[in-house]
Structures are given as C-alpha cells and as structure tokens.
Design a protein around this ligand. Structure first.
Ligand code: SF4
Length: 496
C-alpha cells in the first residue's frame, strides 16, 4: 500500500527544521535527499530508517514484510542495549518468495506470521514494516494489522515506510508518524506526576542513557518514555502524559517532538548529554521546563546542587588526563549528527579540533559548530577517504574519532582511532561518559603500538639486514621465509 501524498508532504514540511524551511515549496516536496531505486538501496532506505528508529523498543516483535534480503543480517548491528526483554534483537520476516508474490499470497503470509509470533512469543506488540516489494504489489498491511490485532488481542502496528519513498532520514520521520498514529496516547498511566519527562531520539547505545537516568532519579524526575532506547511499548503508549521533553537526535525525530507539543502541550528543547557543560545544561533545561509546567520550584535548586557536585567529581577524575591530552589535535568524522556536542566536550579538556564533518547536521547544529570553532575551514561536509588518508598521513591530526567505516583509513595512516558511532562499545553520555570518552582517547593516543608501527621496517633501514636478505635470496633455497623476504627485498632494491 502506497503512502498517501498528503502524508509525505506533511513529513517533508517540518516547521521545526530550519533547513527545511529554507527551501522553496518545490524543493521541499522532494525531501532531503534523492529518492532511492527500489531494491538498489542496500540499506539506507526509508525502511531501514524506520527500523533503526523503532527497533530499540525492546518488548516488541519487529516483523519485516518482505523477501528475506531486506532484513539481511541485522543481528546486533547497532549498539542499543535493553535492560529487560531481548525480543527486539530477534529478526522476524515473512520471507516472501517469488511464488508468494506471483500467487498473491503476501497478505495471507503476513497474517500467519503475526499469528505464529503472537502465540510463540506473546510480545507486548508487533510492528509490521512494509518494504519496496510488498508496497509495490499492493499488500494492505494496515488492513492486515487491524484484523490481526482484533483477532489476537494485541497491538499490531503498521509501519508504512517502504524503501523507495526516500532516504533513511525520511524513514526515521515516518517511524515517528507511526508512533503518533498508532501508539502514543493509546494507554493511560495510573501514576502520572508533575516531574515526568520524555527523552526523544535517544538510542541507549552501549547503555549510555543509564549513565544519565540515575541523575534524573536523584532529582525526582521520572523518564516516562525514552524513545526508542530501552523503551517498553507501554511506556511509549503513555508518553503523552509527560510534562516536558528533551530531544537528543533532532534529525531523526524532531517532527515527533513538535507534534507531541501541538497535540498534548508537551514543551521540548534540543540538548545533548555529551560533555560536562552540555549535560549540566540539559539538566537545567529539563528542570526549567518542568517548573514552568507546574513542578515544585525547589527542583531548580536541587538541580544546581546536583550539577555542582557532579561537575566537581568529573573534573577531579579528568584532572589526570588534562596534561596528557591538552593540545592534542583531533579530527572528527562522525557523519555530523553529534559533531557539535562532541566538539564542545573535547574542547572542555583542552583538545584541539582540527576539523569536523557536518554532513548530516541541521542548520542549527552547523551554526553551533561555527560559533565554537570560529574557523570555517575546520568544518567540512564530507571528505573522500583518499583526502582523509592524506590529512592523517601528513600528520595534520594526532587522532581521528569516527565510525567504523573509516577506521581503516586511520589505521593505514598509522593514526590512533576511536569509534564514536552507533557500533561503539563504550558509553559516553553524562558526566561518567565524558570521563570514559577521555580515558578511551588517552588510551588510544598513548598506546605504544603507534610509535612501533611508525618505525621504518628493519630491512628498509638497516644495511646489514638488507645485505643478508639480498644474499639469502640470491642463493637458491626452498625455505618459506627467504622467499617471503625475497619479494620484499626485491621491491626495496627496485624502489631504491
Ligand atoms: S525496502 Fe527496498 S530499498 Fe530497502 S532494503 Fe528492501 S528492497 Fe532495498
């Protein structure tokens, strides 16, 4: 079933997104990136985006209505963590074959899949994702979901974001729309309070939201729903009763935050938990919004007291790292989304930022980075691996922070590297997260391996070894080692 044009127009028309508002009506309709070719997106399509935005909801069975390839090998390919159910990690797909498609069996197979999952796993809900093939053959997943929900007595939610409608980011937004249309507001909490908040666009990567949640608990602030990291279906169904919201990744779910404000009067702000100053500011903003919505004004003083205590503790822990890292030059190649908060966080400890990517950053994000870095040439949209390699091998940076895709560029250039994207293994949020980030940077930069790999190879620099290898290889021999060296030596001699 195709998405109605009105829905797509609505998603593209985001008043809270400055970039979107800067476009004329025609270009706004096209969206933020080129639509993809069905079947040729290899991930990065709208379906992928919708699944990324929703899969961390832990007690939900996520069913991909598609031929097997759309689901692919997605086991734990992002680092979100659950404190309870592990159901979300299991891949469910209707695995449509050509025969199913030719014989028009798609909807029937989907219904049977939902029945099997509801009986075998008793999930809190089932989310059904449409994809290119099932949308093109016209399977009406909304009707199937409605029928199955009534039949099996559990929420079955259609996620209408087939790959060809657009980019991953559009899929993120359509996932938010699905939550608005089918989940949020469908249950009433019996314990709603004046200090309930939602955290939107937080994925709990490596469990990093657990470094922030205890701080909120100490202030008497309850996280009604964290969407989607470590979320339960019921939490999200009750999210409309929160008094305020913080949006962490605005690129993904800003429309959701804005529409929740319009529908349920939940004010929101955009913040970050990366860095000491950013964490403190986020706590202040949360307290501020809650007090404006009727919470006890003493919350402000309690927040300031907690901030003073936690900042002092964090700076004490960081003191040992400052002399080791002050003035070190770091290149940030993050894909852009979190660049601005990381720039602030690293500069707090005296690290110099020699460049940062802003490819996926919003206009606001870019402006923040500009204000912090001042120099325009330190900001780049994206960099080709060849240029990245040149920068690193010429020693323009002491270290690169990036995602896994560019790690080998750094390693080839014999430059320390740290994973800060979604596959990372360490939590970097909150005060403790900042200490951990700096500890990891210190470990990477001062790892003795770098001085060793930068040394010239012994056969390149020592004439005695070179002579020995040359004479060994000129003699006829059958042993393996000299053969190996013969190749190397021949190359070295040839180059010389
Ligand atoms: S939904 Fe379409 S573009 Fe996305 S993975 Fe499946 S076939 Fe490819």
């Amino acid at each position: 079933m195709f998405l109605p044009n009105a829905k797509l127009r609505d998603v593209f028309n985001e008043p809270a997104c400055e970039k979107n508002q800067g476009k004329d009506a025609r270009t706004r309709k096209v969206g933020c990136s080129k639509p993809l070719t069905p079947g040729a997106a290899a991930g990065g399509c709208a379906f992928d985006g919708a699944k990324i935005a929703l899969q961390p909801i832990t007690d939900v069975a996520h069913v991909i209505h598609a031929p097997l390839a759309c689901e692919g090998n997605s086991w734990d390919n992002r680092g979100a963590i659950s404190s309870g159910s592990a159901l979300w990690r299991t891949s469910f797909t209707t695995d449509l074959t050509e025969l199913d498609i030719v014989m028009g069996q798609g909807e029937r197979k989907l219904f049977k899949t939902i029945r099997e999952i509801s009986q075998a796993y008793a999930p809190a809900a089932i989310f059904v994702y449409s994809t290119c093939v099932t949308a093109l053959i016209g399977d009406d997943i909304e009707a199937v979901c409605k029928h199955a929900a009534a039949k099996f007595g559990l929420p079955v939610v259609p996620i209408n974001a087939p790959g060809f409608v657009g980019s991953k980011n559009l899929g993120n937004k359509l996932a938010g729309e699905a939550l608005l249309d089918h989940v949020i507001g469908t249950a009433e909490p019996d314990d709603a309070g004046p200090c309930d908040i939602n955290i939107i666009g937080e994925f709990n990567l490596s469990g990093e939201f657990w470094q922030v949640k205890p701080l909120l608990h100490r202030l008497g602030i309850r996280v009604r729903a964290c969407i989607p990291g470590d979320a339960r279906y019921l939490d999200i169904a009750c999210a409309h009763r929160a008094r305020a919201a913080m949006i962490v990744c605005s690129t993904a779910l800003i429309s959701l935050a804005r529409k929740m404000e319009e529908r349920w009067d939940i004010p929101f702000f955009e913040g970050s938990f990366y860095g000491i100053a950013a964490t403190s500011q986020a706590l202040r903003n949360i307290a501020d919004l809650l007090v404006r919505k009727g919470a006890d004004p003493a919350l402000i003083d309690r927040t300031e007291a907690l901030i003073a205590q936690e900042e002092a503790l964090a700076w004490k822990k960081l003191a040992a790292y400052r002399p080791r890292l002050e003035g070190k030059r770091v290149l940030l190649n993050t894909g852009g989304v979190k660049s601005w908060s990381l720039v602030d966080a690293l500069m707090e400890i005296g690290i110099e930022i020699v460049g940062t990517s802003v490819k996926k950053s919003t206009v606001e994000d870019k402006e923040r980075i500009r204000q912090t870095l001042k120099e325009e040439n330190q900001i780049f949209e994206s960099v080709a691996p060849r240029e990245l390699y040149a920068m690193l091998s010429q020693g323009h940076a002491d270290m690169m922070l990036s995602g896994g895709r560019t790690q080998f560029v750094a390693l080839k250039a014999k430059t320390p590297w740290l994973d800060i994207n979604q596959e990372r293994h360490n939590p970097y949020a909150g005060y403790d997260g900042m200490v951990e980030l700096i500890r990891q940077i210190d470990l990477a930069i001062h790892n003795p391996i770098w001085s060793q790999v930068r040394e010239p190879a012994p056969w390149d620099s020592c004439p005695a070894v070179e002579d020995e290898l040359t004479s060994t290889t000129s003699a006829s021999t059958t042993s393996r080692a000299p053969e190996k060296f013969a190749h190397t030596t021949a190359k070295a001699v040839g180059q010389g």
